[in-house]
Design a protein around this ligand. Structure first.
Ligand SMILES: C[S@@+](CC[C@H](N)C(=O)[O-])C[C@H]1O[C@@H](n2cnc3c(N)ncnc32)[C@H](O)[C@@H]1O
Length: 287
């Protein structure tokens, strides 16, 4: 049976400029450092599949660090795939990257016989958005080489691990609404990160084939705060954004949106403002 998210749109951040800007900010240092020690041990021409690659900022950063390796990124968002292709051109990694529109449930159609051959299959902040993370992790497992293939994932702990200081009332309101929106998805639980290891065990890896860890983003300098607040406020001020629509469904009002946007702007302007976002990380080995 195909994973359930095929039938429903659960990607609440949505396909818009705000999410594009947020994801384009990401790179290997902040999002894939845990994976580097494993890549160092592979043949230089390893193959890497990035599931839900978004605008490819992490994929293309990896591709520039490993020029002999080949990187494939797939994502259902055409707006993201177009940006990923642009980034590949800008960063001079067109030759060792390939970006395709598609989702996990359809990788057989999108990648054909390449499924099952990848040295590394990875996703960053994707499973947490899906209705059925287990079914999707199993698809990732099957996409990696049966013997020695690596599957990696890094997934947010969301409300459990995120800290915003100072926690202005409007930000507290946003945090509660965010938890409701992310948590309301059928089966997509706010704070999926803590269940990542358990999900990998259910997907079929023995415990000694899984390395589990955690990593933290900290947004505190001007550029980081500007990126984060710009993206959040962009959704709060865009009636067409998926987040805005879901917030209204959860009882948020237009007035609430204004209060939350103002709080985030105030937070951005404060020198003492600081935030953390914790993610769970796993690296699993097949065979
Ligand atoms: C939070 S974004 C992360 C993007 C990128 N990995 C990054 O960290 O910058 C989640 C991504 O998962 C993608 N996505 C949603 N449903 C998916 C599915 N069924 N299969 C693959 N990707 C999916 C979205 O289009 C989106 O780009």
């Amino acid at each position: 049976m195909p994973p359930q998210e095929e039938k429903e749109n659960t990607f609440t951040t949505g396909y818009n400029k705000s999410s594009l800007d947020r994801y384009t900010f990401r790179n290997v240092e902040t999002c894939a450092a845990f994976l580097i020690p494993y890549l160092e041990f592979l043949r230089p021409d390893f193959s890497f599949l990035d599931i839900g690659c978004g605008p490819g900022s992490i994929t293309t950063d990896l591709a520039s660090r490993y020029p002999q390796a080949s990187f494939t990124g797939i994502d259902p968002g055409k707006i993201f795939i177009d940006k990923a292709k642009d980034l590949a051109r800008e960063r001079g990694v067109e030759d060792n990257t390939n970006f395709l529109v598609g989702n996990l449930a359809s990788i057989d159609q999108v990648l054909g016989t390449k499924v099952g051959t990848f040295d590394v299959v990875s996703c960053h902040q994707v499973l947490t958005h899906l209705v059925d993370p287990l079914a999707n992790l199993k698809i990732m497992k099957a996409a990696a080489r049966r013997e020695g293939g690596i599957v990696a994932a890094r997934e947010a702990t969301t409300t459990i691990g995120d800290i915003f200081y100072p926690l202005l009332p409007g930000i507290e309101k946003w945090q509660k609404l965010q938890a409701e929106i992310v948590g309301a998805k059928t089966g997509g639980v706010a704070g999926f990160g803590p269940r990542l290891l358990e999900t990998a065990l259910h997907a079929g890896w023995a415990r000694d084939k899984i390395k589990a860890g955690a990593g933290v983003w900290c947004y505190s300098d001007a550029a980081e705060k500007q990126m984060w607040v710009g993206s959040v406020v962009g959704m709060l001020e865009n009636r067409d954004s998926e987040w805005y629509k879901k917030a209204l469904e959860k009882g948020g009002t237009e007035e609430d949106m204004k209060i939350m946007a103002e709080a985030w702007r105030e937070w951005e302007g404060r020198d003492e403002a600081w935030s953390t976002f914790m993610s769970a990380e796993i690296v699993c080995r097949n065979g």
